[in-house]
Design a protein around this ligand. Structure first.
Ligand SMILES: [Zn+2]
Length: 330
């Protein structure tokens, strides 16, 4: 891409603090980019069903704007045959960006789930992977501050561009886990490792088993994530299936949701039996996205339990992970 064309992507006023630049970008885009204007105004018609469980809640959202992402073909043949929608040279003419750290850009997502929803790709076309990028997730989370959650979908569990490295961010408080976390820590969290600046806990019996790492020390949390990553990957060389949600308010809170598979069986059914749901980080955060009305109409508590049962770690798999994580830490 020509430098001049690339530079036109950016709004001016980079001397402002990042949170202010983010607000300005959002305002500019919903005002001047019809696709974004339409996307955010359509959020008003999203329908919600809320389900209360013991110490947490789950919501189902009917959001037709998400059909492209939820039904995205992510096999390598389909990926090779399409233009990458995250590469700067392929972005729509009206799209603007701000620079974060390194090669990371922040863009307004024109097909939102959140009231404010951003995509955070690198400027280079490089595959989606987390192993070397966790520090960037944490840094970006602290740059965006307490008003946003930053999240990551692995290349085989929710990323609709597995060929282009990216994270996303959405306003804090939108995902049920954001506010359920404190109570859930007391009822369902078990601390397995604690030092003066880091705490790792396992959360079970809340539909999706997950790990939480809390720390104000970025290198401590990077090291702890590396241990979790290697405990998850065991002998496999591919990236272990996972979604991450990261928040920052004086301390980082990194939630790691290990996944057993990408999509539940009913995604692949035909006709009446089909339910189009493609769980990713937002779903792990407690907001299940249904882009088709006929599927949303069928949502029950039992369906929600079944979706999580199929795509997240079983108690047995989670116990094995716990054993690997605590080995030598006793
Ligand atoms: Zn790309």
């Amino acid at each position: 891409m020509q430098n001049e064309q690339y530079n036109k992507l950016f709004l001016e006023a980079e001397s402002l603090e990042v949170s202010k630049q983010v607000e300005n970008l959002f305002e500019q885009q919903i005002k001047n980019w019809p696709l974004a204007t339409g996307g955010y105004s359509s959020l008003a018609s999203v329908e919600v069903k809320k389900f209360e469980f013991d110490n947490f809640s789950i919501e189902a959202h009917f959001n037709p704007g998400r059909i492209i992402s939820s039904s995205a073909k992510v096999d390598s043949k389909s990926i090779k045959e399409r233009l990458c929608f995250l590469c700067p040279k392929n972005l729509p003419a009206d799209q603007k960006a701000i620079r974060l750290i390194g090669d990371y850009l922040l863009l307004v997502n024109p097909f939102p789930i959140f009231n404010k929803h951003f995509t955070i790709p690198t400027s280079q076309h490089t595959p989606q992977q987390i192993k070397t990028e966790i520090e960037n997730v944490l840094t970006i989370s602290s740059m965006l501050g307490k008003d946003y959650s930053v999240f990551y979908n692995g290349p085989k569990c929710g990323a609709s561009a597995p060929d282009h490295l990216h994270f996303q961010a959405g306003n804090f408080g939108f995902m049920n886990i954001d506010n359920d976390f404190a109570a859930l820590s007391k009822s369902n969290g078990k601390v397995i490792f604690e030092t003066n600046d880091l705490r790792t806990s396992l959360f079970s019996s809340c539909l999706r088993n997950f790990v939480a790492v809390e720390s104000n020390n970025i290198s401590a949390i990077v090291n702890e994530f590396a241990k979790i990553y290697s405990a998850l990957s065991a002998e496999d060389t591919e990236e272990p299936l996972m979604n991450l949600i990261c928040t920052f308010e004086n301390v980082w809170r990194l939630l790691v949701f290990p996944r057993s598979k990408h999509r539940p069986t009913f995604f692949f059914e035909e006709g009446e039996k089909k339910i189009l749901i493609s769980p990713a980080a937002v779903d792990m955060g407690g907001v299940l996205i249904f882009p088709r009305e006929e599927d949303f109409a069928k949502v029950t508590r039992e369906l929600i339990v079944e979706v999580f049962r199929q795509v997240t770690f079983s108690d047995i798999e989670f116990q094995k992970l716990a054993d690997r994580l605590t080995f030598g830490k006793g």
